[in-house]
Design a protein around this ligand. Sequence first.
Ligand code: SER
Length: 315
Amino acid sequence: MGERILILGANGQIGSELAAALRLKFGVDNIITSDIREPRERAENEIFELVNVLDKDRVKQLFEQYQPTQVYLLAAMLSATGEQYPQKAWDLNMNGLLNVLDLAVDLGIKKVFWPSSIAVFGPHSPKVDTPQYCVMDPNSIYGISKLAGERLCEYYHKKYNLDVRSIRYPGVISWKTEPGGGTTDYAVHIYFEALRNGAYTSFLSEQTELPMLYMQDAVRGTLELMDAPADKLSIRSSYNLAGMSFTPKDISEEIQKILPSFEISYTENDPRQAIADSWPKRINDDYARKDWGWKPSFDLETMTKDMIENLKSTI
Ligand code: SER
């Protein structure tokens, strides 16, 4: 039997592009997208269902109806919004995951994908070349929920032999669907504003360096991890994954190479600064490279060219 894939939280920044890639790979009839709201637009013949991942009965019903071989759980509240609604963030990020893990075991789902984040690291984690294993003391509710989620994934793998796979995404940059409520979102907004207004005010300071990844690499990496033979995967919590690292100053200089009149300014005292300051600057992803052959293909320069080219024709 071929694969049938259910994506929970398919309308978001990563979900919308993963869904498109999965439809290309497995055929539109084999991909079921779902979210708490109707999508802004649907792909041709897209199978879409409304679901709140906190409604376990409804999730169970979808599992039974479609009998997916793989489930991607992408519904989550990100770091900045999480600080505004900590209880809700914890509830959604933890109980959504627990519902899916439990049902996946009960109903025999072959593979589960769940995204973690660089937010699992904290002020005492090494900032540069951050290793897979080190002190992890996240201080955002988002990071705390992701770290707990990683422990659950590993636990379900060990205890129930569930084939659950995960990536600690850095900030993901894309032009099709804008992210919402994250600390790394500035690196997406800056391109949109450069083309719309020729200027951008960054909520992170000019020297704030963070790990980032272009969407094409994020999607390819995710599919590569999901395709990798199970016995090659030495990590069942979540893999560090690196693409590039840059500061608001670096990205603005790169944009100025293409749009010379672009201007950047900075705000002070944004609450997202403290979150960014607690995260790594550069991540070590040796395990992903060794276990399943990960290699990013975009750097800041090639990503900037691609972003601007694509946004020019869509904005
Ligand atoms: N991009 C996410 C955020 O900023 C990190 O996982 O919240």
